[in-house]
Design a protein around this ligand. Structure first.
Ligand code: FPP
Length: 269
């Protein structure tokens, strides 16, 4: 179904990916994370510190998101997943919830052609129940429009929660077991991963959160089991592609062992 035309004026004009004239550092070959997950936190604090209402902070977060998508494309990141609305965000004031629903819909509508032109494949991860139908329509429209793009997959996590994603997967498996379509012994990590909202989403390599908070807040719990966590103090509306590149820099210096270990007798105590 084609969503209704959007009438809001475009806040930030269309710009090419490298409109800032800046380029990412020369990362070592193969060292750029394939999948970066971002918790876009700090909009409310950014606004309140300026004497503005929380929604003004969310509005300012749109340009930050677009800049980070551009920076991810420049750096060669293949998957970028962003937490746009969590299953816990329904607990906010009715006004803020209403704003965030409408805002998600508008941003998708306003930016889908720009993202398409950049070669971005947009995807949605989240639950249908409770989510506004108009938001689902925009998400599905953007998914369809951009489905053949290969430069970067941008997963918009809207009405998303990590625990409920796992619970939904487990329930669908339990249904199959109860009707005899699956044997309990067939329930493996691989099978659970296949029942998540986006089964072909790779594991998260780098998990970034803005605003100085240091927690995952239920974001991509399954996929982030071995992610490197980078917490930056910048509030989301001030976040730019340079912050993303800085996070990638920190990531490239990490020693990822995935549970393995080797003796390193020369390591200073
Ligand atoms: C957290 O800031 C952010 C969210 C609840 C997600 C919404 C994110 C945006 C609106 C950024 C751009 C998104 C789209 C869809 C383009 P917060 O309200 O928790 O800030 P606080 O911790 O300072 O209160």
């Amino acid at each position: 179904m084609t969503p209704k035309p959007y009438t809001h004026r475009d806040a930030v004009p269309f710009r090419p990916v490298d409109w800032t004239g800046e380029y990412p550092p020369a990362y070592a070959r193969g060292s750029v994370p394939q999948h970066v997950a971002v918790v876009m936190d700090g909009n409310g604090r950014w606004a309140n510190r300026r004497g503005l209402s929380r929604v003004e902070g969310h509005k300012a977060g749109e340009a930050a998101l677009l800049d980070v998508v551009a920076g991810a494309l420049q750096a060669g990141v293949k998957h970028l997943s962003v937490y746009a609305f969590s299953t816990e965000n329904w607990a906010r004031s009715p006004e803020e919830v209403r704003f965030l629903m409408g805002f998600n819909r508008e941003v998708l509508h306003r930016r889908r052609d720009q993202l398409n032109e950049w070669g971005v494949r947009v995807r949605w991860a989240g639950r249908r129940p409770r989510l506004w139908r108009s938001v689902i329509s925009e998400l599905e429209y953007a998914q369809e429009l951009t489905k053949s793009n290969t430069a970067l997959t941008l997963t918009m996590c809207v009405n998303y929660g990590g625990r409920v994603e796992i619970a939904d997967a487990v329930r669908s498996i339990a249904d199959d077991v109860s009707t005899g379509r699956l044997r309990p012994s067939a329930v493996t990590e691989k099978l659970i991963a296949k029942r998540l909202y986006q089964p072909d989403m790779p594991d998260v390599d780098l998990f970034v959160r803005s605003s100085g908070e240091q927690r995952t807040s239920n974001f991509l719990l399954w996929q982030s089991a071995y992610a490197e966590m980078v917490f930056l103090d910048t509030l989301w509306p001030d976040f730019t592609r340079r912050d993303l590149w800085h996070a990638i820099d920190i990531y490239t210096g990490r020693d990822r062992r995935f549970g393995g270990a080797v003796d390193a007798p020369d390591t200073p105590a």
